[in-house]
Ligand binder design. Structure first.
Ligand SMILES: [Mg+2]
Length: 313
């Protein structure tokens, strides 16, 4: 299969509520959407790169750059026998994982459409629905956080991930456990702590969170292993894991038990490995085509639509 046409869109969405983590406070979400077309079928992908490089070095701007400059020209030359081929064709390009994943996920969607199957089936999935959790940013007060958790649980979410930052972690964990004695909650620090904070994590242990995500530096594995030996709460790595090799090393030295991985971060190797896949909402678009590859040259424009955010890094 040859890609006949690829369109990239940039959409900037005002969030209903600001999304605060230890790394940033976001009021808008800018995303690159990718539409691929071949032999009458269409597939869509969405980049998760943010406005600022606080979570990853990639941003929506670097995603556009890498797609236009290296990634799409490579794929236009290719004859794709399956979605797996995207990985092979792009293997020589280092980094730019979110950019690669943007088009790779669109190609997976395209192959699913051509096969007239749900994408989940193509990836080896057997269920047509799954339990879902929600990520909740740092709220203005503990009371507001408890209220937000309550609202999300009423909305049907089965578990929650709570963002923490220095000065708020123990209070958040204790209040959550007190108000929701049986709730499966996890904490996400987004790399805000160091080994000097081990005492704080020991105070969190009795509240029994499911896990604590990325407490230490974004590029660390070794200190996480040291921390894990001293606390009972399982450590889950996110920012530190870019490849399955990273994961193997982290597990080998005891730096992590569970792992948080999203397709757009570790792709292109992720779909083959059958790991968790995050498919973002596909946003309806009006006249905000950013760039058109293939038959039609380019057309720059922008647009805003209202949206909310239920999953965070
Ligand atoms: Mg995270």
């Amino acid at each position: 299969m040859k890609l006949e046409r690829v369109e990239l869109f940039v959409v900037r969405l005002p969030l209903k509520n600001a999304y605060e983590t230890s790394g940033a406070r976001e009021t808008h979400m800018t995303r690159v959407l990718c539409r691929v077309e071949s032999e009458g079928a269409v597939g869509w992908g969405e980049s998760v790169a943010g406005e600022l490089p606080w979570y990853s070095g990639e941003t929506w701007g670097t995603v556009l750059y890498a797609l236009e400059k290296f990634i799409l020209p490579e794929l236009f030359k290719a004859d794709l026998a399956s979605a797996d081929d995207v990985d092979r064709k792009l293997a020589w390009i280092r980094e730019h994982r979110m950019a690669k994943a943007t088009v790779e996920m669109a190609v997976w969607d395209l192959f699913a459409k051509r096969a007239n199957k749900p994408l989940s089936a193509l990836l080896g999935g057997t269920r047509d629905r799954i339990l879902c959790g929600v990520a909740i940013g740092i709220q203005p007060s503990i009371e507001a956080l408890m209220e937000t958790i309550r609202r999300e649980l009423q909305g049907g979410y089965q578990r929650v991930k709570l963002k923490i930052k220095p000065g708020l972690e123990v209070e958040i964990a204790e209040a959550t456990r007190k108000n929701f004695p049986t709730l499966a909650f996890m904490l996400d620090a987004n790399s805000a702590y160091t080994l000097k904070d081990v005492g704080l994590f020991k105070r969190i242990d009795p509240t029994k969170p499911t896990m604590i995500e990325q407490p230490l530096a974004h590029d660390d594995l070794v200190d996480h292993a040291t921390l894990q030996r001293q606390i009972a709460t399982p450590i889950c790595l996110d920012e530190s894991i870019h490849t399955s090799e990273d994961a193997r090393k982290a597990i080998e030295i005891g730096a992590t038990r569970p792992r948080a991985q999203r397709a757009p971060r570790v792709a292109p190797e992720l779909p083959r490995a059958g790991r968790r896949v995050r498919v973002g909402p596909l946003l309806r678009h009006r006249d905000h085509r950013r760039a058109v590859h293939g038959a039609e040259g380019r057309n720059d424009a922008g647009a805003e639509k209202t949206g909310n955010r239920s999953h965070g890094p």
